[in-house]
Design a protein around this ligand. Structure first.
Ligand code: ATP
Ligand code: MG
Length: 506
């Protein structure tokens, strides 16, 4: 046992009025293999001072001292530094005193003439103190996880409603902008409303990703291709004073959701930019890697480094907490790295950070490599062409603002538009005024699901093409072409509907 602690530093606070006794104790500890760092105090003010100055591994305390008792010392230690092991050392401890001391919170007592017990007692107390600290750390982590989960759930709920509101704001701003004179100040106002709402949409996306409601579609893709595309955007994001250094050496496909890889990169890049207000260098590198941080599987390692401010230990410790930010209000929400962490966890990857204050920081992400047999697919779908076919469109949407927006937009493109607030009304309309070429419906309706409504409609008209809208993406249908995430703009809506009409007519 003694060997396990050999040479181990031990900070000892000795409360003792007799220097010769103190000397004996210290000799005993050194012989027991401790590298001792000690302070001797013999009155209350000095004990108080010592406790507030330093962190101690153990307090060794004489029980009987002139003008100051072991019991007083113990009460003071407990009031100032609750957890440190407190061991009584005395020539005179009788059974009653010992019981009293243990009741008051002493950990053990050692008689001066049995001092060979001292080293094993201290070793045991150090182990137990470590166990207590470990327990406290675990509790903290559990609390943290619970906190993150509840924030995530809250975020998911808010984001859903928020997407409806943003759809209406973006939509009416765009419709309005079409009706005012080009270059007028009213047009500029409407564009700013649109830009602000889109920023809101970006924030909602982050919240949803964090709440795990964002679509998650890992597939084998070439990380190199994904990042090469993002590289085009980086200079815009980083500004002219940041030099970009990219080394894209990974050949192995990774199993990732490319949009989320993008999101991780963008968040890291924005953080890097903010850390380099007067410019600097951003490095982006990917490499193939064998057994990764956990010694298993194979990985594609992505590194994003900067030459910015770097981070203190305190910041690093809290980095991934949601809403942790050192930036002024309005500049940072503290969700960037929490989102990144959520994304990486869903990929079963990992992230690490190195930082030197004043020199810079490097974030390393390990993305899982895809099975070598699978072929990487294109990272992005090519956008659909703008169509011009017109037909009868049934819009089913609970939110009246979004519903009316749908009508206005689609009518302005020449479609015949029917609107309903729930499934029953939608079916009645289809029966009375059908057939319907395209059904645009929210996935969640007050009286059922959009998918059930689509099935009912299909029983009546074979060729109806369905477009599902939703602010939640976790419950999206398998067929991607049938999905229009909120918030969408009038241009997106009309393009997707025209395309659907063309398919219905085919
Ligand atoms: N590259 C970096 N260099 C220095 N500090 C960083 C870096 N990246 C993150 N940080 C620190 O970590 C904090 C949290 O980062 P995070 O991205 O989660 O939130 P944010 O950037 O403050 O806000 P948001 O990303 O939501 O706009 C930052 O406020 C900053 O103090
Ligand atoms: Mg950030």
């Amino acid at each position: 046992m003694t060997d396990a602690y050999a040479g181990r530093p031990l900070r000892v606070l000795l409360v003792e009025d007799n220097p010769a006794d103190a000397e004996l104790v210290l000799r005993q500890l050194k012989r027991g293999g401790f590298a001792v760092d000690s302070l001797l105090v013999d009155n209350e003010p000095r004990l108080r001072q010592a406790l507030s100055d330093g962190r101690w591994d153990v307090v060794l305390c004489d029980w009987v001292m002139p003008g100051f008792s072991g019991l007083d010392a113990l009460a003071l230690v407990r009031s100032m530094n609750s957890d440190v092991p407190f061991i009584i050392l005395s020539g005179t401890v009788g059974e009653e005193v010992a019981v009293e001391a243990m009741r008051a919170g002493a950990h053990d007592y050692v008689l001066k003439d049995r001092s060979h017990r001292l080293v094993p007692v201290i070793e045991r107390e150090l182990r137990e103190a470590e166990t207590r600290r470990e327990g406290a750390r675990l509790r903290d982590r559990l609390q943290q996880a619970a906190k993150e989960e509840s924030i995530g759930r809250l975020a998911g709920g808010v984001a859903h409603d928020f997407n409806n509101i943003l759809t209406a704001i973006i939509g009416y701003a765009e419709l309005g902008a079409r009706q005012v004179a080009q270059g007028s100040s009213l047009e500029r106002c409407l564009h700013r409303i649109d830009a602000a709402a889109r920023r809101g949409a970006g924030l909602t996306r982050q919240l949803l990703a964090f709440a795990r409601h964002q679509p998650f579609e890992p597939r084998p893709v070439s990380l190199k291709e994904v990042l090469e595309r993002s590289l085009d955007m980086l200079p815009v994001l980083l500004g002219p004073d940041v030099h970009i250094d990219a080394t894209l050496l990974a050949e192995r496909p990774a199993r990732v959701d490319p949009h989320q890889v993008d999101q991780v990169l963008m968040n890291l890049a924005v953080n890097a930019r903010d850390a380099m207000p007067t410019g600097g260098r951003l490095t982006l590198a990917i490499h193939d890697e064998g057994p990764g941080p956990h010694g298993d599987g194979s990985w594609v390692r992505m590194e994003v480094g900067d030459t910015g401010s770097g981070m203190s230990e305190e910041v690093i410790a809290r980095l991934f907490e949601p809403f942790f930010t050192t930036k002024p209000v309005g500049k940072g929400t503290g969700l960037g790295l929490a989102t990144i962490k959520a994304i990486i966890e869903r990929h079963h990857g990992s992230i690490a950070v190195r930082s030197i204050p004043g020199k810079g920081s490097t974030f390393t992400v390990w993305w899982p490599a895809a099975d070598a047999v699978e072929q990487p697919s294109r990272a992005y779908r090519t956008p659909m062409p703008l169509g011009s076919a017109t037909g009868t469109v049934l819009v089913v949407e609970v939110d009246p603002l979004v519903r009316e927006l749908g009508r206005e937009v689609l009518e302005s493109f020449g479609h015949t538009v029917l609107t309903a607030g729930d499934a029953a009304a939608a079916l009645a309309l289809a029966d009375a005024q059908g057939p319907v070429d395209v059904l645009v419906t929210d996935l969640v309706l007050p009286d059922g699901s959009g998918a059930e409504l689509a099935a009912d409609l299909h029983r009546r008209t074979q060729r109806t093409v369905v477009l599902y809208t939703t602010g939640f993406a976790s419950d999206r249908p398998d067929d991607e072409s049938a999905f229009l995430p909120k918030p969408f703009s009038p241009a997106e809506l009309s393009r997707r509907v025209a395309d659907a009409v063309a398919r219905a007519r085919r």
